[in-house]
Design a protein. Structure first.
Length: 527
């Protein structure tokens, strides 16, 4: 009798074997420098996390200060040549930790008498307003308005240098009481994520505790954010988030994923290894068989930085990702590729255009084949004065699970199968980032253009962010939509209620006018 071994058990066994091999290799490497101290790994307690989410520039989709505490705020700024546990900075992501002569403590370090309060309480107030205009609008009264404000509040506890815990809750409130458009693509320009729910609505973003095991393995358990990969606009290897990042959003509204993450650094090599067990990725895990397992390795070979990861879950095909970055003359180049399968039904033409209301021409297929989604990009920085520089970047994204024919968009959107910024098959993007230009040391300007080359629709957006009165950030943006009407960035639909398929599934009446422009104003203040 042959007993089948569950896939999650095979993944867990592989992770245990990987950790054992690396620990053995590290023990045999006598030349390894002393391990980092707890302060280097966790950082000294901060009075209040800043509102900066990290080193990602505005041209990479983070044009405004988000409420979430950054990795540097949560774990302390990395020492020279070191790497934060879950982020991939522009410099070597796995650079060796700075050696220290401080001996390792046998017991948890007591809190010094002059140390600040180990519990920090704070948050961020983020007030936003958006105005959008569409084809057919004849005046100001026709422009749509939304006021999706956000309030973040957190408790950040560090009882000693080897233990840390964080709770971060988020309140959403829209004073305009708008549920948003019936299509997710309608909010692509403003960068607002519209989701159904009560108003106001409270969600849990993060809830985790972090500690180390013998200064060798670092454990983070609970609801948290883990981002893998190198791409700026399109992130195919962002496996540990259930929702894709909106690259035009001023603020990442996605909540974390509940997981246990093990981080094993190899300081002398500058390498990092990760093992993850995710409990509510895509859907809650009600049994052990439904727990997702993931692993990642990051290595540095000279000037080349490489990463490889895998995610597996019972009943689903595995997801495999690779990424790399390197300097090539004056350019920084990167690539990120994921071998994944589309496991939700999709539509295909049956010898004639597959479009509403002619739904009988559409075939529903489940082509859950593995396909390589790939982002390739580069950026170049030019220092035009002793203190000022400008950064220019570009990225191309091939998305084989997207649609090459825009006529299928309305049907896919009506059935919830269309993902904004991942609807088409081929994309391109470019940006110009101007931080603190000239004497404007409190100003950041960013100009970005994204294009869906499959349907020939485009969006160009200008973001202007300035710090005033020391603590208040003012953010203004404007975006224009152009290209083919009906494409992703000029999405339009007007169809009555329909019944589709043999099961007579119903589709509600839909009417979305092609967008023309978006504009917004936001105020951000730390609490």
């Amino acid at each position: 009798m042959v007993v089948s071994t569950p896939r999650w058990w095979r993944v867990a066994s592989a992770l245990v074997a990987l950790v054992a091999v690396v620990v053995t290799a590290r023990a045999a490497a006598a030349a390894d420098p002393p391990r980092p101290t707890e302060d280097e790994m966790f950082g000294a307690p901060a009075a209040a996390p800043s509102t900066d989410e990290g080193s990602k520039p505005a041209g990479e989709g983070k044009t405004a200060a988000p409420p979430r505490p950054s990795e540097d705020d949560l774990f302390g700024a990395p020492s020279s040549g070191s790497k934060p546990a879950d982020s991939k900075p522009a410099t070597a992501p796995g650079a060796p930790e700075a050696p220290t002569a401080t001996p390792r403590a046998a017991q948890p370090t007591p809190v010094p008498a002059d140390r600040p309060d180990p519990l920090a309480i704070g948050g961020v107030l983020y007030l936003r307003s958006f105005v959008s205009g569409a084809e057919g609008d004849t005046g100001l009264r026709d422009y749509s308005l939304s006021l999706p404000s956000i309030v973040d509040g957190y408790l950040d506890a560090r009882p000693n240098d080897r233990v840390r815990g964080l709770v971060l809750g988020r309140l959403f409130f829209d004073a305009s009481s708008s549920a948003g458009s019936s299509s997710a693509l309608a909010s692509a320009g403003s960068g607002v994520t519209t989701t159904a729910g009560s108003n106001p609505r409270v969600v849990l973003d993060q809830l985790w505790v972090k500690f180390d095991v013998e200064h060798t393995v670092f454990v983070t358990a609970g609801r948290q954010h883990v981002k893998w990969g190198t791409a700026r606009f399109w992130t195919p290897t962002d496996f540990l988030h259930s929702v894709q990042l909106n690259p035009l959003s001023q603020f990442d509204e996605r909540t974390g994923t509940t997981m246990v993450k093990l981080h094993l650094p190899w300081e002398s090599k500058g390498w990092n290894f990760y093992g993850v067990a995710a409990f509510d990725l895509d859907e809650p895990a009600s049994t052990l068989r439904s727990v997702a397992g993931a692993a990642r390795a990051e290595v540095v070979l000279g000037t080349l930085e490489l990463g490889a990861d895998v995610l597996a879950r019972n009943g689903s095909k595995p997801r495999i990702g690779v990424d790399g970055s390197a300097g090539l003359g004056p350019f920084d180049v990167y690539i990120e590729s994921a071998l994944t399968s589309r496991e939700t039904p999709r539509f295909r033409n049956q010898g004639a255009p597959c479009a509403l209301p002619l739904v009988e021409r559409c075939a529903v297929v489940n082509d859950a084949y593995l396909s390589p989604a790939t982002s390739v990009g580069l950026n170049w920085s030019y220092k035009y004065s002793d203190e000022d520089s400008v950064t220019v970047g570009a990225e191309v994204f091939y998305n084989p699970s997207g649609y090459a024919d825009a006529s299928i968009y309305p049907l896919a959107a009506a059935t919830g199968q269309l993902v904004p910024f991942y609807a088409g098959r081929l994309y391109a993007g470019a940006y110009v980032l101007l931080p603190k230009p000239g004497s404007w040391n409190n100003t950041t300007i960013n100009l970005a253009t994204l294009g869906n080359l499959s349907d020939r629709s485009f969006i160009t957006r200008l973001d202007w962010q300035v710090l005033v009165l020391t603590y208040l950030q003012v953010q203004v943006f404007g975006a224009v939509h152009y290209g083919n009407k009906g494409g992703e960035f000029r999405f339009a639909i007007d169809t009555p209620a329909l019944a589709f398929g043999r099961g007579a599934s119903s589709i509600s009446a839909l009417q979305v006018r092609a967008p023309v422009f978006d504009a917004g104003l936001a105020l951000t203040m730390a609490l």
